[in-house]
Design a protein around this ligand. Structure first.
Ligand code: CUA
Length: 160
């Protein structure tokens, strides 16, 4: 049977469309799921956070002249460390992970607001301006994480 040139073209186009749809459904769904979660800080074994060099004893370390890394563990039903002390006039990158269930990490009054997923490290950078007085920011958990979810809070203390 002779297949006309244009018929062939349409066959190829239809095939590409089908492949495209399948790819969209398969990878699109995964892509959307990942986009909701900030895993830019990489992954971690949620069961051995206590042995991790950064999260075993979480805290703030200086990484540059005015740059700091704050390692934070979000767990039922607190944030560690609490409070998180950082200097004013600094840029702080928060690395947050969870050993148990999904939590939220919002520093009220800043751009920091992310989900915290066991096995993943959420990374978010906040600039704290120079100031002459100590300033406190509340940390909230925005994901329902158990019976005491509503009590889960922490504090960032910015020290001049
Ligand atoms: Cu942790 Cu809600």
């Amino acid at each position: 049977m002779h297949v006309h040139k244009y018929e062939k073209l349409w066959l190829v186009a239809a095939l590409l469309l089908i492949v495209g749809f399948v790819a969209t459904i398969t990878y699109g769904a995964v892509g959307a799921g990942v986009a909701m979660v900030d895993d830019s800080g990489g992954t971690i074994d949620a069961n051995s956070i206590g042995d991790d060099e950064n999260f075993g004893d979480p805290g703030v370390v200086q990484t540059g002249e005015d740059e700091y890394a704050a390692y934070v563990v979000a767990q039922q039903f607190s944030f560690r460390p609490d409070p998180i002390r950082v200097p004013a006039g600094s840029e702080v990158t928060f690395y947050v992970t969870s050993p148990d269930v999904i939590h939220g990490f919002e520093i009220v009054g800043t751009n920091a607001n992310t989900m915290v997923v066991p096995g993943q490290v959420s990374e978010i950078t906040v600039r704290f301006d120079e100031q002459s007085e100590v300033k406190e920011y509340g940390i909230l958990c925005n994901e329902y994480c158990g019976s005491a979810h509503h009590t889960m809070e922490g504090k960032v203390v910015v020290v001049p």
